[in-house]
Design a protein around this ligand. Structure first.
Ligand code: BES
Ligand code: ZN
Ligand code: ZN
Length: 495
């Protein structure tokens, strides 16, 4: 991964920087945190401030002549005070970092905004997340790489209590970048076995327990969903389990489950060719869980967390499962297959049932690019959640507000459960026509667990950038977004 050094300095100790950046509110006539300059320099900075007017995302660079603390000043607009959100500083920091890279600088400095914009700990976190994530580029397969990322110095008014926030923000950003970097891998370079190897790597580095269940053990242990979906591909399915045990022995763990279909052709119910390449992103839920587990273990969070990733490739091979098949799932229920493209719920149901049985968790949270219907319902900037527990939903919603990874809850009443009843088996893997597709998929998942508090996050619309419908953000360049990593790390830290 790219190099990027980070330092914290206090105001007054600004020595020499190639680019000194300050945030400015719309139509404000003040810049906080800049060192004192001579009258000529000050008046040209003030003139630039008047000209740029602090519009959100607007950047203005002022070259500084002579031997000064800074070779250039950058004024970064953050918009109107009443429009500030928990994303403003992250968003604008990302723009600044990309500008610094474009200018081929070795380093740049950002002055934290005044505390009425954002408290100092939050702004340090957001500056780090925004710039780190924005400097990530997926170029593993490019012969020519972009120049090295510039180093960042954050200039704070007081440095106390900030070092922990710095460590956390760096680990969070690195988790999200790790998720993006594996989610972006092409399907020929990333099979279930590849993902299992990533899990082994991070587990070894950060002392997690890692269990990989392969064929024929999967079949023997009754993972009927994973086995059925995996049959059509030469690349065998894997169930990946990682345990981070840093809580007390008696503390129930949080179980995180992520769908990792390394390529979803639809199987025998083959998808149309148009846009099928994007189905390499059908592993994003699993990649999110990998990124979270990496950060959790790096930060040594004092809790127990288990990551479970069912991974398959959904292919229409000669041994592929078929519409009409009836399979027996891990929890003993039978499922009628009516569409082999509704494969995610089959592998997730096995993983959820396994997680509940094996770990009696305090809560289960799953991530999946589960339904196209989710994009129809909420578009590409908000994920759908479906849950069986109000309290857990509240906590996740709270973390969504802090991290601005947006979610919206859909209902799951008995009527929806009835929509997946089968004539010939216990349940079927599709609902009734296209009605409430996201909810009927969630209903299938719910049927796999007994009574553990559970939140399902459908990330079909948000896991990767999907053209103009995805809001452009500097920290989400084209490709996988790592959605969910920041959200759940916030939730876990507040436990
Ligand atoms: N991986 C897809 C869902 C998907 C589609 C995610 C487009 C992101 C973008 C999933 O496996 C699938 O194909 N679901 C079907 C379910 C249907 C057959 C009941 C769908 O959504 O069409
Ligand atoms: Zn599918
Ligand atoms: Zn899928």
């Amino acid at each position: 991964m790219h190099l990027f050094k980070m330092r914290i300095k206090t105001q007054g100790s600004i020595k020499k920087t190639q680019l000194l950046c300050a945030f400015v509110l719309e139509d404000s006539n003040k810049i906080t945190g800049l060192p004192k300059f001579d009258t000529k320099t000050s008046s040209s900075i003030n003139q630039s401030l008047k000209d740029m007017r602090g519009k959100l995302g607007k950047l203005t660079i002022i070259p500084i002549s002579g031997k000064k603390q800074a070779q250039r000043i950058l004024l970064a607009g953050i918009g109107k005070k009443e429009n500030l959100t928990n994303d403003t500083v992250r968003f604008v920091s990302g723009k600044i970092a990309q500008k610094a890279r474009e200018l081929q600088l070795k380093e740049f400095s950002i002055i934290t905004p005044p505390t009425f914009v954002c408290d100092s700990i939050l702004s340090v976190s957001q500056i780090i997340e925004g710039s780190k994530m924005s400097l990530y580029k997926f170029e593993k397969f490019k012969t020519e790489k972009t120049n090295k990322s510039p180093d960042l110095t954050i200039i704070v008014s007081k440095s106390d209590k900030i070092s922990k926030a710095v460590k956390v923000a760096e680990a969070v950003a690195e988790g999200a970048i790790f998720t993006k970097s594996i989610a972006n891998l092409p399907p020929n370079e990333c099979t279930p076995t590849t993902l299992a190897n990533f899990a082994k790597d991070i587990s070894k580095k950060n002392k997690m327990k890692c269990i990989i269940i392969s064929q024929p053990e999967l079949k023997k242990k009754g993972f009927g969903g994973i086995t059925a979906v995996g049959k059509g591909s030469k690349n065998e399915p894997k169930l990946i389990v990682m345990e981070h045990n840093h809580g007390s022995k008696t503390q129930k763990p949080i179980v995180l489950v992520g769908k990792a279909v390394t390529f979803d052709t639809g199987g025998i119910s083959l998808k149309p060719g148009q846009g099928m390449d994007e189905m390499k992103f059908d592993k994003c839920g699993g990649c999110t869980v990998l990124g979270i587990m990496k950060s959790v273990s790096e930060l040594k969070l004092p809790i127990n967390v288990v990551g479970i990733i069912p991974s398959v490739e959904n292919m229409p091979g000669g041994e592929a499962y078929r519409p009409g098949d009836i399979i027996k799932m891990y929890n003993g229920k039978t499922a009628e297959i009516l569409n082999t493209d509704a494969e995610g719920r089959l592998i997730l149901a096995d993983a959820l049932a396994y997680g509940e049985k094996q770990y009696t968790p305090k809560a289960i949270i799953d991530f999946a690019t589960l339904t196209g219907a989710c994009i129809i319902a909420l578009g590409n900037n908000v994920a759908a959640i479906v849950s069986n527990n109000e309290q857990l939903t509240k906590k996740i919603t709270n973390s969504s507000k802090t991290t601005t990874e947006e979610i919206w809850e859909l209902p799951l009443t008995q009527d929806y459960m009835d929509m997946i009843k089968s004539d010939v088996a216990d349940i079927k893997n599709v609902g009734i026509g296209r009605a409430a597709g996201t909810i009927t998929a969630a209903a299938f998942l719910k049927s796999a667990i007994k009574d553990t508090p559970w939140v399902h996050v459908d990330i079909a619309g948000v896991a990767w950038t999907q053209g103009a419908a995805t809001k452009e953000k500097p920290y989400n360049p084209k490709g996988a977004t790592g959605f969910g990593v920041r959200l759940i790390l916030d939730y876990l830290q507040k436990l």
